[in-house]
Design a binder for this molecule. Sequence first.
Ligand code: 2M8
Length: 421
Amino acid sequence: MAHADLDQAAKAILTENDQGGYTIPTKGLYPYQWNWDSVFVALGFAEFDQDRAWQEIEMLFQGQWRDGMVPHILFRKDDPSYFPGPGVWGTDGGPIPSSGHSQPPVAASVVHSLVEADRTGKALERAKALLPKLMAWHRWYLAYRDPKNLGVIAVIHPWESGRDNLPDWDEALRAVEVKDIGPYERKDTSHVDPAMRPHKEDYDRYLSIVAACRKVGWDPEKVAETCPFFVADPGVTFIFLRANRDLLALAEKLGMSAEADEIRGWIAAMEKGSRTLWNDEVKAHVAFDERRGKQTDGISSASFLALYAGLHDPQTLGALQGHFDRIAERVEYLMPSYDPDHRSYEPLRYWRGPVWAMINYMIAKGFAEAGDAVRAERLRADTARLIETGGFAEYFSPETGAGAGGGSFSWTSAIWLTWAS
Ligand code: 2M8
């Protein structure tokens, strides 16, 4: 397809997935508003309709819980094509039926980008209205996903990381007792190839974690204390650290000095804390199971987000450039979600190998900001080649470039429009 045709196709996908102010990831497989999908989608809309871009994020924040959490899914209307729906989650924390945990907090960074790219003259006003909500969400993350003040952010569910069946969760997930789930019917495997989706053993445990949190009424303090899964995630940690830097820039721009001081404290603590995720044997940041006090041993695409988080000291940058070049020798398209040299790598099984466009966007931003324009451009060019050959798929094989998962996917279209094209 020619470049201009792809632009048109990407815009058409966003418009078709638009439900009247918020966008679903794709029809059938994911029929609700997902948190970080929506935020990336705003970047795509901003290329042709900035007002609509703001609306996407504002509608996401309509679902914010009283305690500050912004849920990973908002169930604005019931749709039996997705499981687990609102009944399984049993939440009561906010104004819109929702899931019970969050997702990677990219919103502050995207709000900052929207302000920078503004052509409407209204961006600062809209950012100002969102700022207290962003602050509340970030405070929630620090209080309940880093209760011991380690300076790293944990996830209480693989779904909270956005990287569902990543090998980093395997061991911690195996330790979760399967209980209180009863018989259930998955819907994901009827929409897409089951060989590419998480296994049933994973799903049993995903639902067992939900059941355990439901039992404590999704009280955030109790969840942090008792949830059977509590793993510090380099993905959420680096996205959050980056989001704090962007939130600080916004607070400064808006002259909110008390907030700016508070955020500076968070950044300092996280810059220090993220060192605990550094695995000196693999020479990268990895996950850390806080319940068992154990680091994982694999490099994931999120390891590269250290640069996006602003951690580009010579040791980190040099190590990541080395891994980048090694992985580039192993696969045709960067960046696989898991290290192809690791025993758990699977090129087509969801988050165990495939390439995701929005992760590439963030990794490339990090390389560019660290002064490595060459590797940043390689990521952009690979993402463009993937979309040109595999279409606007949910994700892609790093080996063949084949598109997989759901089709007509919103965030892939948005990333094309904002960066890859
Ligand atoms: C995937 O996650 C959902 C659960 O949230 C699922 O597999 O059912 C992940 O890729 C996640 O990151 C993404 O936000 C969601 C919708 O695209 O799908």
